[in-house]
Structures are given as C-alpha cells and as structure tokens.
Design a protein around this ligand. Structure first.
Ligand code: ADP
Length: 189
C-alpha cells in the first residue's frame, strides 16, 4: 500500500531524510520510531502529499505522490503533529466542515459515523476549545478519518498526553484495524 524508495529530503543545508526505503502492506499498522529530528514528520508530510521531496520515489495505493498529490490526498487521512483544529467551532461543526472540504460522499452521515468510531458522542456538541487534550487529539484523529481514507498517517498521535490517555489512543488506533485501513504512526517513545 505504501512504497518508499531512496526517498531524500534536503531543507537547504539540512538533510532530513537520506535515501529512505520501506514498504507497508495493506491493512498493516506500522509504528515509525525514532528520536526527535530523525525525519519522521518530514516523511509523513511527503506521504500525505503536502511536501515535496528532493529525490526518490513514494507511492501510496499505487499512485505516485509527486505526480498526483490530489489523488493521494483523497486516499490518505493525515493527523499532523499539531492538529489543525478550529477551537471556536463545535466538534460536530468542525468535523462537518472537514467532511465537506475532503469531499466525503455523505458528509453528515460520515461525521456521525466517525463521532461514534472515535468516541466523541458525549462531547460532539461542545466547543473544541473546552475539551481536554485527550479529546482534542480524538478530534484530530476524527478529521483524518472522516472521508474513510485507505491510509491513515498519524504523526505522534499520543504526544503530550498522560499515560492513561496514551493507552486510550493506542486502543483507538488498534480498533481501526479492519484489514482494509493501513495505518502508519510515529512516536519517539
Ligand atoms: P522528526 O519528526 O523525526 O522529529 P523532522 O522531520 O521534524 O523529524 O525533522 C528532521 C530534520 O529536518 C530536523 O533536523 C529538522 O530540524 C529539519 N526540518 C524539519 N522541517 C524543516 C523545515 N521546514 N525547514 C528546515 N529544516 C527542517
């Protein structure tokens, strides 16, 4: 489902990724482990179609990330390290906005499904600003999932959470494994 060959990214003088090779099969949940600065976020941003590379190849679902980033974006759900949340919106309102801009087939139905899947039912009417960090992270995962992507890319989904919340998020990600969705998540822990 994901194939990376000789992927290289140079930010000016900083070599962030140096000829990286790996592949991930359909339905796998793969952890991407490395210390801060190892190039995890850079790799994930490239795979999500939101950053160019300096060299090499990256394919997601058989589509070349560099030739057709739009197609890749429609297949990929991406949770950046700092989730793009609009904190003055309600959870449901924000997810509906995300479902629409990601062109989910039936946005309202997609939002209700993801609210249930990610465990946001009790807070769906609340402003994101009023949520705990753990729930905010769930909203971030929900926005990545709302258009039913084939591939989910989660950048440090448990960062900044307390141990109990980490366990919850891990359980949530495990629960997403349906044999169809491929998940790649990064951690420095
Ligand atoms: P990780 O996610 O593993 O912490 P990153 O991909 O964020 O690693 O960073 C890899 C390297 O690239 C680091 O040395 C970082 O400082 C550098 N870097 C990341 N983003 C940029 C950028 N936009 N401009 C310049 N250097 C960057």
């Amino acid at each position: 489902m994901i194939q990376v060959r000789q992927l290289t990214k140079n930010y000016g003088g900083t070599l962030a990724i140096d000829k990286l090779d790996f592949h991930v099969e359909k339905g796998e949940i793969v952890g991407f482990l490395g210390p801060n600065g190892a190039g995890k976020s850079t790799t994930m941003r490239i795979l999500a179609g939101s950053l160019s590379a300096t060299g090499g190849e990256a394919m997601v679902g058989g589509v070349d990330v560099f030739n057709d980033p739009r197609k890749v974006k429609s297949m990929v759900g991406y949770l950046p390290e700092f989730p793009p949340l609009y904190t003055d919106m309600t959870v449901r309102g924000y997810l509906l906005f995300c479902a629409r801009i990601k062109r989910a087939q039936d946005p309202s139905a997609a939002v209700e499904k993801v609210i249930d899947q990610v465990g946001l039912t009790d807070v769906a009417h609340r402003l994101i600003d009023h949520l705990s960090k753990g729930f905010r992270q769930r909203v971030g995962i929900a926005q990545a999932l709302v258009h039913s992507p084939k591939v989910l890319i989660l950048d440090e989904p448990a960062s900044g959470l307390d141990p109990a919340q980490r366990v919850e998020i891990r359980g949530l990600v495990k629960g997403l494994s349906d044999g169809e969705t491929t998940v790649i998540l990064s951690t420095h822990v």
